[in-house]
Design a protein around this ligand. Structure first.
Ligand code: CA
Length: 509
Protein backbone atom coordinates (compact mmCIF):
# COMPACT_ATOMS: atom_id res chain seq x y z
CA UNK A 1 0.00 0.00 0.00
CA UNK A 2 1.25 3.44 -0.85
CA UNK A 3 1.79 5.96 1.89
CA UNK A 4 -1.03 8.49 1.60
CA UNK A 5 1.24 11.31 2.70
CA UNK A 6 2.15 12.69 -0.68
CA UNK A 7 3.81 16.00 -1.45
CA UNK A 8 1.51 19.04 -1.29
CA UNK A 9 0.35 20.36 -4.63
CA UNK A 10 0.86 23.82 -6.04
CA UNK A 11 -1.91 25.15 -3.83
CA UNK A 12 -0.02 24.95 -0.55
CA UNK A 13 -0.43 27.70 1.96
CA UNK A 14 2.26 30.26 2.48
CA UNK A 15 2.87 28.85 5.92
CA UNK A 16 3.52 25.36 4.53
CA UNK A 17 5.71 26.84 1.80
CA UNK A 18 7.79 28.68 4.38
CA UNK A 19 8.19 25.47 6.29
CA UNK A 20 9.28 23.58 3.22
CA UNK A 21 11.84 26.29 2.52
CA UNK A 22 12.76 26.54 6.14
CA UNK A 23 16.39 26.00 6.98
CA UNK A 24 18.08 27.73 9.90
CA UNK A 25 16.55 31.23 9.90
CA UNK A 26 13.07 30.20 8.86
CA UNK A 27 13.24 27.22 11.16
CA UNK A 28 13.96 29.51 14.09
CA UNK A 29 10.90 31.58 13.19
CA UNK A 30 8.81 28.53 12.58
CA UNK A 31 5.77 28.19 14.80
CA UNK A 32 6.52 25.41 17.24
CA UNK A 33 3.07 23.90 17.02
CA UNK A 34 3.83 21.91 13.88
CA UNK A 35 7.00 20.31 12.69
CA UNK A 36 8.41 20.77 9.20
CA UNK A 37 8.17 17.06 8.73
CA UNK A 38 4.48 17.06 9.56
CA UNK A 39 3.78 19.70 6.93
CA UNK A 40 4.91 17.27 4.24
CA UNK A 41 2.33 14.75 5.27
CA UNK A 42 -1.18 15.02 4.10
CA UNK A 43 -3.42 13.04 6.39
CA UNK A 44 -6.49 11.11 5.44
CA UNK A 45 -9.64 12.71 6.81
CA UNK A 46 -12.43 10.61 8.26
CA UNK A 47 -15.27 12.99 9.12
CA UNK A 48 -18.02 11.19 11.03
CA UNK A 49 -21.15 13.24 11.61
CA UNK A 50 -24.32 12.22 13.37
CA UNK A 51 -27.65 13.98 13.17
CA UNK A 52 -28.88 15.76 16.30
CA UNK A 53 -26.45 14.03 18.65
CA UNK A 54 -25.86 16.46 21.48
CA UNK A 55 -22.96 16.80 23.91
CA UNK A 56 -25.13 16.14 27.01
CA UNK A 57 -25.41 12.56 25.69
CA UNK A 58 -21.70 11.84 25.21
CA UNK A 59 -19.55 10.36 27.97
CA UNK A 60 -16.41 12.45 27.49
CA UNK A 61 -18.35 15.74 27.69
CA UNK A 62 -19.21 15.04 31.33
CA UNK A 63 -22.51 16.84 31.04
CA UNK A 64 -25.94 16.04 32.40
CA UNK A 65 -26.48 12.57 30.92
CA UNK A 66 -22.88 11.68 30.12
CA UNK A 67 -22.66 8.86 32.65
CA UNK A 68 -25.64 7.15 30.97
CA UNK A 69 -24.27 7.47 27.43
CA UNK A 70 -22.67 4.37 25.96
CA UNK A 71 -20.05 6.15 23.88
CA UNK A 72 -16.72 4.49 24.60
CA UNK A 73 -15.52 4.79 20.99
CA UNK A 74 -16.40 8.46 20.67
CA UNK A 75 -14.74 8.94 24.06
CA UNK A 76 -11.68 7.11 22.72
CA UNK A 77 -11.29 9.72 19.95
CA UNK A 78 -11.25 12.46 22.58
CA UNK A 79 -8.89 10.56 24.89
CA UNK A 80 -6.41 9.99 22.07
CA UNK A 81 -6.91 13.49 20.66
CA UNK A 82 -8.83 16.65 21.49
CA UNK A 83 -12.28 17.59 22.76
CA UNK A 84 -13.74 20.97 21.77
CA UNK A 85 -15.82 22.49 24.54
CA UNK A 86 -17.05 25.47 22.60
CA UNK A 87 -17.74 24.34 19.08
CA UNK A 88 -20.90 26.02 17.82
CA UNK A 89 -23.09 25.92 14.77
CA UNK A 90 -24.03 29.16 13.08
CA UNK A 91 -27.65 28.16 12.35
CA UNK A 92 -28.92 25.24 14.40
CA UNK A 93 -30.75 23.06 11.94
CA UNK A 94 -29.83 20.20 9.59
CA UNK A 95 -29.73 21.57 6.03
CA UNK A 96 -28.10 24.91 6.88
CA UNK A 97 -25.45 23.39 9.14
CA UNK A 98 -24.48 20.82 6.51
CA UNK A 99 -24.24 23.51 3.84
CA UNK A 100 -22.08 25.67 6.13
CA UNK A 101 -19.75 22.76 6.87
CA UNK A 102 -19.21 22.09 3.17
CA UNK A 103 -18.93 25.70 2.01
CA UNK A 104 -17.28 27.34 5.02
CA UNK A 105 -19.91 30.06 4.76
CA UNK A 106 -22.84 31.45 6.72
CA UNK A 107 -26.32 30.51 5.50
CA UNK A 108 -27.07 33.92 3.95
CA UNK A 109 -23.94 33.56 1.77
CA UNK A 110 -24.35 29.94 0.60
CA UNK A 111 -28.12 30.36 0.28
CA UNK A 112 -29.19 27.41 2.48
CA UNK A 113 -30.93 29.42 5.20
CA UNK A 114 -33.72 27.01 6.07
CA UNK A 115 -34.81 23.38 5.68
CA UNK A 116 -35.99 24.34 2.19
CA UNK A 117 -32.41 25.27 1.28
CA UNK A 118 -30.24 23.30 -1.11
CA UNK A 119 -26.63 23.19 -2.21
CA UNK A 120 -26.21 24.03 -5.88
CA UNK A 121 -23.72 21.56 -7.42
CA UNK A 122 -22.06 24.55 -9.15
CA UNK A 123 -21.18 26.16 -5.81
CA UNK A 124 -17.64 25.77 -4.52
CA UNK A 125 -17.23 23.39 -1.60
CA UNK A 126 -14.47 21.78 0.44
CA UNK A 127 -14.83 18.37 -1.24
CA UNK A 128 -14.23 19.92 -4.67
CA UNK A 129 -11.12 21.65 -3.37
CA UNK A 130 -9.76 18.52 -1.71
CA UNK A 131 -10.36 16.63 -4.94
CA UNK A 132 -8.35 19.23 -6.85
CA UNK A 133 -5.54 18.83 -4.32
CA UNK A 134 -5.30 15.13 -5.06
CA UNK A 135 -7.59 13.68 -2.40
CA UNK A 136 -10.00 10.89 -3.16
CA UNK A 137 -13.33 12.06 -1.72
CA UNK A 138 -16.48 10.24 -0.67
CA UNK A 139 -19.69 10.83 1.23
CA UNK A 140 -21.92 8.09 2.61
CA UNK A 141 -25.16 8.55 4.52
CA UNK A 142 -27.34 11.57 5.11
CA UNK A 143 -26.98 14.31 2.52
CA UNK A 144 -30.17 16.37 2.84
CA UNK A 145 -28.97 19.12 0.46
CA UNK A 146 -31.47 18.18 -2.30
CA UNK A 147 -29.25 18.50 -5.38
CA UNK A 148 -26.71 15.95 -6.64
CA UNK A 149 -23.59 15.91 -4.40
CA UNK A 150 -20.65 17.59 -6.16
CA UNK A 151 -16.97 17.18 -5.42
CA UNK A 152 -17.11 13.50 -4.50
CA UNK A 153 -15.42 10.61 -6.29
CA UNK A 154 -18.03 8.41 -4.66
CA UNK A 155 -21.32 9.04 -2.97
CA UNK A 156 -24.04 6.80 -1.65
CA UNK A 157 -26.53 8.91 0.23
CA UNK A 158 -29.96 9.28 1.76
CA UNK A 159 -31.60 12.09 -0.16
CA UNK A 160 -33.97 13.43 2.48
CA UNK A 161 -34.37 12.23 6.05
CA UNK A 162 -34.24 8.64 4.87
CA UNK A 163 -35.52 5.61 6.78
CA UNK A 164 -34.08 4.07 9.91
CA UNK A 165 -34.79 0.52 8.72
CA UNK A 166 -33.90 -0.75 5.26
CA UNK A 167 -32.90 2.71 4.02
CA UNK A 168 -32.85 3.69 0.35
CA UNK A 169 -29.57 5.20 -0.77
CA UNK A 170 -28.62 6.93 -4.01
CA UNK A 171 -25.26 6.05 -5.47
CA UNK A 172 -22.98 7.93 -7.82
CA UNK A 173 -23.59 6.84 -11.38
CA UNK A 174 -27.30 6.16 -10.84
CA UNK A 175 -30.20 8.56 -11.36
CA UNK A 176 -30.13 10.83 -8.31
CA UNK A 177 -33.91 11.24 -8.24
CA UNK A 178 -35.04 7.73 -9.17
CA UNK A 179 -32.09 5.37 -8.91
CA UNK A 180 -32.30 4.58 -5.19
CA UNK A 181 -31.47 1.13 -3.85
CA UNK A 182 -32.88 -0.37 -0.69
CA UNK A 183 -30.33 -1.78 1.74
CA UNK A 184 -31.35 -4.31 4.39
CA UNK A 185 -30.65 -3.40 7.99
CA UNK A 186 -30.53 -0.44 10.35
CA UNK A 187 -29.34 2.76 8.71
CA UNK A 188 -26.39 3.24 11.10
CA UNK A 189 -25.09 -0.26 10.28
CA UNK A 190 -25.76 0.16 6.55
CA UNK A 191 -23.99 3.53 6.35
CA UNK A 192 -20.96 2.08 8.16
CA UNK A 193 -20.93 -1.04 5.94
CA UNK A 194 -20.94 1.13 2.81
CA UNK A 195 -18.23 3.41 4.24
CA UNK A 196 -16.01 0.43 5.03
CA UNK A 197 -16.68 -1.10 1.60
CA UNK A 198 -15.52 2.11 -0.02
CA UNK A 199 -12.39 2.28 2.15
CA UNK A 200 -11.51 -1.34 1.40
CA UNK A 201 -12.05 -1.08 -2.34
CA UNK A 202 -10.70 2.37 -3.11
CA UNK A 203 -9.67 2.87 -6.68
CA UNK A 204 -7.05 5.51 -5.96
CA UNK A 205 -5.38 4.06 -2.87
CA UNK A 206 -2.20 6.01 -3.64
CA UNK A 207 -4.08 9.20 -2.75
CA UNK A 208 -5.05 10.41 0.71
CA UNK A 209 -8.79 10.13 1.28
CA UNK A 210 -11.50 12.31 2.72
CA UNK A 211 -14.51 10.24 3.73
CA UNK A 212 -17.61 11.89 5.16
CA UNK A 213 -19.67 9.29 6.99
CA UNK A 214 -23.00 10.90 7.90
CA UNK A 215 -25.38 8.92 10.07
CA UNK A 216 -29.11 9.46 9.95
CA UNK A 217 -29.22 8.63 13.67
CA UNK A 218 -30.06 10.01 16.20
CA UNK A 219 -32.71 12.18 14.54
CA UNK A 220 -36.30 11.89 15.74
CA UNK A 221 -37.94 9.32 16.00
CA UNK A 222 -34.74 8.06 17.73
CA UNK A 223 -35.19 4.53 16.42
CA UNK A 224 -32.52 2.07 17.52
CA UNK A 225 -31.71 -1.40 16.24
CA UNK A 226 -33.53 -4.17 18.14
CA UNK A 227 -30.29 -5.25 19.80
CA UNK A 228 -30.26 -2.01 21.85
CA UNK A 229 -33.92 -1.95 22.80
CA UNK A 230 -33.49 -3.37 26.28
CA UNK A 231 -30.33 -1.42 27.06
CA UNK A 232 -32.07 1.13 29.28
CA UNK A 233 -35.22 -0.83 30.11
CA UNK A 234 -34.68 -0.45 33.84
CA UNK A 235 -33.00 2.96 33.83
CA UNK A 236 -34.63 5.98 35.40
CA UNK A 237 -32.93 9.01 33.89
CA UNK A 238 -32.40 12.15 35.96
CA UNK A 239 -34.67 14.97 34.89
CA UNK A 240 -33.34 18.41 34.05
CA UNK A 241 -33.98 20.76 36.93
CA UNK A 242 -36.23 23.00 34.86
CA UNK A 243 -38.39 20.25 33.31
CA UNK A 244 -41.35 21.41 35.38
CA UNK A 245 -40.66 25.07 35.71
CA UNK A 246 -43.66 27.02 34.46
CA UNK A 247 -41.28 29.24 32.53
CA UNK A 248 -37.73 28.44 31.47
CA UNK A 249 -35.83 30.51 30.63
CA UNK A 250 -37.51 32.93 33.02
CA UNK A 251 -38.70 35.85 30.94
CA UNK A 252 -39.16 34.09 27.60
CA UNK A 253 -41.93 35.31 25.31
CA UNK A 254 -42.73 32.20 23.28
CA UNK A 255 -43.33 28.51 23.95
CA UNK A 256 -40.72 26.59 21.97
CA UNK A 257 -41.40 22.87 21.63
CA UNK A 258 -42.39 21.31 24.97
CA UNK A 259 -42.27 17.56 25.59
CA UNK A 260 -46.07 17.37 25.30
CA UNK A 261 -45.58 17.64 21.52
CA UNK A 262 -43.30 14.62 21.63
CA UNK A 263 -45.77 12.72 23.85
CA UNK A 264 -48.51 13.42 21.32
CA UNK A 265 -46.31 12.13 18.51
CA UNK A 266 -45.63 8.94 20.45
CA UNK A 267 -49.35 8.40 20.82
CA UNK A 268 -50.01 9.01 17.13
CA UNK A 269 -47.27 6.61 16.07
CA UNK A 270 -49.17 3.74 17.69
CA UNK A 271 -47.96 0.56 19.30
CA UNK A 272 -44.59 0.46 17.66
CA UNK A 273 -43.57 3.56 19.52
CA UNK A 274 -45.80 3.15 22.55
CA UNK A 275 -43.92 4.31 25.61
CA UNK A 276 -44.42 1.60 28.23
CA UNK A 277 -44.80 4.04 31.06
CA UNK A 278 -46.86 6.63 29.22
CA UNK A 279 -50.03 4.58 29.59
CA UNK A 280 -49.78 4.85 33.34
CA UNK A 281 -49.68 8.60 33.03
CA UNK A 282 -53.45 9.06 32.73
CA UNK A 283 -54.31 12.61 31.91
CA UNK A 284 -52.08 14.27 34.43
CA UNK A 285 -49.92 16.73 32.47
CA UNK A 286 -47.04 16.30 34.89
CA UNK A 287 -46.93 12.52 34.54
CA UNK A 288 -47.27 12.74 30.77
CA UNK A 289 -44.27 15.03 30.65
CA UNK A 290 -42.32 12.75 32.99
CA UNK A 291 -43.14 9.61 30.99
CA UNK A 292 -42.42 11.26 27.66
CA UNK A 293 -39.04 12.40 28.97
CA UNK A 294 -38.10 8.90 30.16
CA UNK A 295 -39.05 7.29 26.86
CA UNK A 296 -37.29 10.05 24.94
CA UNK A 297 -34.04 9.39 26.87
CA UNK A 298 -34.30 5.61 26.48
CA UNK A 299 -34.83 5.89 22.74
CA UNK A 300 -32.23 8.60 22.24
CA UNK A 301 -29.45 6.89 24.17
CA UNK A 302 -30.17 3.44 22.67
CA UNK A 303 -29.83 4.97 19.22
CA UNK A 304 -26.59 6.65 20.29
CA UNK A 305 -25.23 3.26 21.40
CA UNK A 306 -25.69 2.03 17.83
CA UNK A 307 -23.74 5.00 16.50
CA UNK A 308 -20.92 4.42 18.94
CA UNK A 309 -20.55 0.72 18.09
CA UNK A 310 -20.27 1.70 14.43
CA UNK A 311 -17.74 4.43 15.19
CA UNK A 312 -15.80 1.60 16.84
CA UNK A 313 -15.90 -0.43 13.62
CA UNK A 314 -14.43 2.49 11.69
CA UNK A 315 -11.68 3.02 14.28
CA UNK A 316 -10.89 -0.70 14.28
CA UNK A 317 -10.48 -0.62 10.51
CA UNK A 318 -7.94 2.21 10.79
CA UNK A 319 -6.07 0.27 13.49
CA UNK A 320 -6.06 -2.98 11.55
CA UNK A 321 -4.81 -1.37 8.35
CA UNK A 322 -2.14 0.76 10.05
CA UNK A 323 -3.81 4.04 9.13
CA UNK A 324 -4.49 5.42 12.61
CA UNK A 325 -1.43 7.64 12.73
CA UNK A 326 -2.01 9.18 9.31
CA UNK A 327 -5.72 9.78 9.60
CA UNK A 328 -7.54 12.73 11.11
CA UNK A 329 -10.70 11.33 12.69
CA UNK A 330 -13.51 13.64 13.70
CA UNK A 331 -16.81 12.87 15.38
CA UNK A 332 -19.39 15.63 15.42
CA UNK A 333 -23.08 16.31 14.88
CA UNK A 334 -24.79 18.87 12.65
CA UNK A 335 -26.04 20.69 15.78
CA UNK A 336 -26.93 20.06 19.39
CA UNK A 337 -30.33 19.15 20.81
CA UNK A 338 -32.52 19.80 23.82
CA UNK A 339 -32.98 16.69 25.95
CA UNK A 340 -35.78 18.12 28.08
CA UNK A 341 -33.84 21.17 29.24
CA UNK A 342 -36.24 24.16 29.42
CA UNK A 343 -38.91 21.46 28.93
CA UNK A 344 -37.98 21.35 25.26
CA UNK A 345 -36.88 18.89 22.65
CA UNK A 346 -35.49 19.63 19.16
CA UNK A 347 -32.96 22.36 18.32
CA UNK A 348 -33.10 25.68 16.39
CA UNK A 349 -32.59 28.01 19.34
CA UNK A 350 -29.36 29.76 20.19
CA UNK A 351 -29.52 28.35 23.72
CA UNK A 352 -26.49 26.26 24.69
CA UNK A 353 -27.83 22.71 24.27
CA UNK A 354 -28.85 23.43 20.68
CA UNK A 355 -25.99 25.77 19.75
CA UNK A 356 -23.14 23.51 20.89
CA UNK A 357 -21.88 20.86 18.50
CA UNK A 358 -20.03 17.93 20.01
CA UNK A 359 -16.61 17.80 18.37
CA UNK A 360 -13.81 15.37 19.13
CA UNK A 361 -10.80 14.94 16.86
CA UNK A 362 -7.78 12.66 16.76
CA UNK A 363 -4.62 13.09 14.74
CA UNK A 364 -1.71 11.37 16.48
CA UNK A 365 0.93 13.22 14.44
CA UNK A 366 -0.14 16.62 15.77
CA UNK A 367 -2.66 16.48 18.56
CA UNK A 368 -1.60 15.45 22.03
CA UNK A 369 -3.85 12.88 23.72
CA UNK A 370 -6.31 14.35 26.20
CA UNK A 371 -6.25 17.88 24.77
CA UNK A 372 -9.17 20.16 25.65
CA UNK A 373 -9.85 23.23 23.53
CA UNK A 374 -12.05 25.98 24.95
CA UNK A 375 -11.66 28.45 22.07
CA UNK A 376 -14.78 29.33 20.12
CA UNK A 377 -14.78 27.20 16.97
CA UNK A 378 -17.61 27.27 14.40
CA UNK A 379 -18.97 24.88 11.79
CA UNK A 380 -17.78 27.33 9.10
CA UNK A 381 -14.21 26.58 10.29
CA UNK A 382 -14.23 22.87 9.42
CA UNK A 383 -13.64 23.36 5.68
CA UNK A 384 -10.62 25.53 6.32
CA UNK A 385 -9.20 23.03 8.79
CA UNK A 386 -9.42 20.30 6.16
CA UNK A 387 -7.79 22.52 3.52
CA UNK A 388 -5.07 23.41 6.00
CA UNK A 389 -4.33 19.72 6.59
CA UNK A 390 -4.30 19.20 2.82
CA UNK A 391 -1.79 22.03 2.38
CA UNK A 392 -4.27 23.77 0.12
CA UNK A 393 -4.91 27.45 -0.49
CA UNK A 394 -7.83 28.70 1.56
CA UNK A 395 -10.21 30.73 -0.61
CA UNK A 396 -11.22 34.23 0.50
CA UNK A 397 -14.84 33.28 -0.05
CA UNK A 398 -14.74 31.00 3.00
CA UNK A 399 -15.70 32.83 6.18
CA UNK A 400 -14.20 30.61 8.87
CA UNK A 401 -10.69 29.94 9.98
CA UNK A 402 -8.53 26.84 10.37
CA UNK A 403 -8.11 25.82 14.01
CA UNK A 404 -5.24 23.44 13.41
CA UNK A 405 -3.02 25.49 15.71
CA UNK A 406 -5.66 25.63 18.48
CA UNK A 407 -5.80 21.84 18.41
CA UNK A 408 -2.12 21.82 19.28
CA UNK A 409 -2.78 23.86 22.38
CA UNK A 410 -1.81 27.24 20.99
CA UNK A 411 -4.52 29.80 20.47
CA UNK A 412 -3.54 32.47 17.93
CA UNK A 413 -3.48 35.92 19.57
CA UNK A 414 -6.15 37.22 17.23
CA UNK A 415 -8.50 34.25 17.59
CA UNK A 416 -12.21 35.21 17.79
CA UNK A 417 -13.60 35.98 21.22
CA UNK A 418 -17.22 36.13 20.05
CA UNK A 419 -19.42 34.27 17.60
CA UNK A 420 -22.34 35.29 15.42
CA UNK A 421 -25.46 33.15 15.07
CA UNK A 422 -28.47 33.49 12.77
CA UNK A 423 -31.45 31.13 12.71
CA UNK A 424 -33.66 31.92 9.74
CA UNK A 425 -36.32 29.19 9.69
CA UNK A 426 -39.20 30.96 11.35
CA UNK A 427 -41.35 28.15 12.70
CA UNK A 428 -44.13 29.18 15.00
CA UNK A 429 -43.70 29.11 18.01
CA UNK A 430 -39.95 29.14 17.38
CA UNK A 431 -39.19 32.60 16.06
CA UNK A 432 -36.24 33.47 13.84
CA UNK A 433 -33.43 35.25 15.67
CA UNK A 434 -29.82 36.24 15.62
CA UNK A 435 -27.29 36.93 18.31
CA UNK A 436 -23.80 37.03 19.71
CA UNK A 437 -22.08 34.73 22.18
CA UNK A 438 -18.87 35.66 23.93
CA UNK A 439 -17.06 33.58 26.52
CA UNK A 440 -19.27 35.04 29.23
CA UNK A 441 -22.42 36.49 27.67
CA UNK A 442 -25.06 35.69 25.14
CA UNK A 443 -27.34 38.32 23.62
CA UNK A 444 -30.19 37.11 21.40
CA UNK A 445 -32.51 39.24 19.27
CA UNK A 446 -35.78 37.50 18.36
CA UNK A 447 -37.09 39.46 15.41
CA UNK A 448 -39.45 36.69 14.29
CA UNK A 449 -42.18 37.44 16.85
CA UNK A 450 -43.69 39.73 14.25
CA UNK A 451 -44.15 36.67 12.02
CA UNK A 452 -46.14 35.11 14.82
CA UNK A 453 -48.39 38.18 15.06
CA UNK A 454 -47.15 38.77 18.60
CA UNK A 455 -46.92 42.03 20.46
CA UNK A 456 -44.36 43.20 21.18
CA UNK A 457 -43.13 42.09 17.78
CA UNK A 458 -39.56 41.50 18.89
CA UNK A 459 -37.68 40.71 22.07
CA UNK A 460 -34.19 40.31 23.46
CA UNK A 461 -32.55 37.87 25.84
CA UNK A 462 -29.31 38.27 27.74
CA UNK A 463 -27.65 35.42 29.59
CA UNK A 464 -24.71 35.64 31.94
CA UNK A 465 -23.14 32.25 31.24
CA UNK A 466 -20.68 32.54 34.10
CA UNK A 467 -23.38 32.91 36.76
CA UNK A 468 -26.19 31.17 34.91
CA UNK A 469 -24.61 28.48 32.69
CA UNK A 470 -27.96 26.78 32.07
CA UNK A 471 -29.56 30.02 30.84
CA UNK A 472 -32.52 30.04 33.16
CA UNK A 473 -32.81 33.78 33.77
CA UNK A 474 -33.11 36.34 31.02
CA UNK A 475 -31.18 39.36 32.31
CA UNK A 476 -32.09 41.71 29.49
CA UNK A 477 -34.23 43.99 31.70
CA UNK A 478 -31.76 44.00 34.57
CA UNK A 479 -30.37 47.58 34.79
CA UNK A 480 -27.05 46.25 36.10
CA UNK A 481 -26.32 44.90 32.64
CA UNK A 482 -27.09 48.09 30.71
CA UNK A 483 -23.48 48.76 29.74
CA UNK A 484 -22.82 45.13 28.87
CA UNK A 485 -25.87 45.10 26.62
CA UNK A 486 -24.77 48.28 24.84
CA UNK A 487 -21.30 46.84 24.23
CA UNK A 488 -22.70 43.51 23.01
CA UNK A 489 -25.09 45.28 20.63
CA UNK A 490 -22.20 47.21 19.10
CA UNK A 491 -20.19 44.04 18.70
CA UNK A 492 -23.18 42.22 17.25
CA UNK A 493 -23.50 44.89 14.56
CA UNK A 494 -19.77 44.63 13.86
CA UNK A 495 -20.11 40.88 13.35
CA UNK A 496 -23.09 41.37 11.07
CA UNK A 497 -21.01 43.69 8.93
CA UNK A 498 -17.99 41.38 9.03
CA UNK A 499 -20.04 38.42 7.79
CA UNK A 500 -22.03 40.57 5.33
CA UNK A 501 -25.41 39.91 6.95
CA UNK A 502 -26.62 43.48 7.12
CA UNK A 503 -29.91 43.37 5.22
CA UNK A 504 -33.22 43.32 7.01
CA UNK A 505 -33.78 39.56 7.53
CA UNK A 506 -37.56 39.93 7.33
CA UNK A 507 -37.18 41.21 3.77
CA UNK A 508 -34.61 38.67 2.60
CA UNK A 509 -36.21 35.55 4.05
CA1 CA B 1 -29.79 17.75 12.52
Amino acid sequence: MTDPSTTPGAGMTRRCFMKLMGFSAAAAAMPKYVSANASLRRPNILFIMADDHTSQAIGCYRLRLSEYARTKNIDRIAAEGALLKNCFCTNSICVPSRASILTGQYSHINGAKTLRGKLDPAVDNVAKRLQREGYETAIVGKWHLKETPAGFDYYNVLRGQGRYNNPILYELGKDFKKGGKEHQGHSTDVITDLSLDWLKNRKASDKPFCLMCHFKAVHEPFFSHDRYRSLYAETEFPEPEDLFWPESPKGKRFEGWPLEILAERYRKRGDRYAPPRLEAADDDPRSIRKAAYQKFMRDFLSTVAGIDDNVGRLLAYLDETGRTRDTVVIYTSDQGYFLGEHNMFDKRFMLEESLRMPFVIRYPREIRPGTTVSDIVLNIDFAELFLDYAGATIPKTMQGRSFRQNLQGETPDDWRDAMYYHYWSHSNPRPSHYGIRTERYKLIYYYGLVQMGRKPKECWELYDLRNDPHERINQYDNPEHRDTIATLKRRLEQLRRQYKDTEDPLRTQ
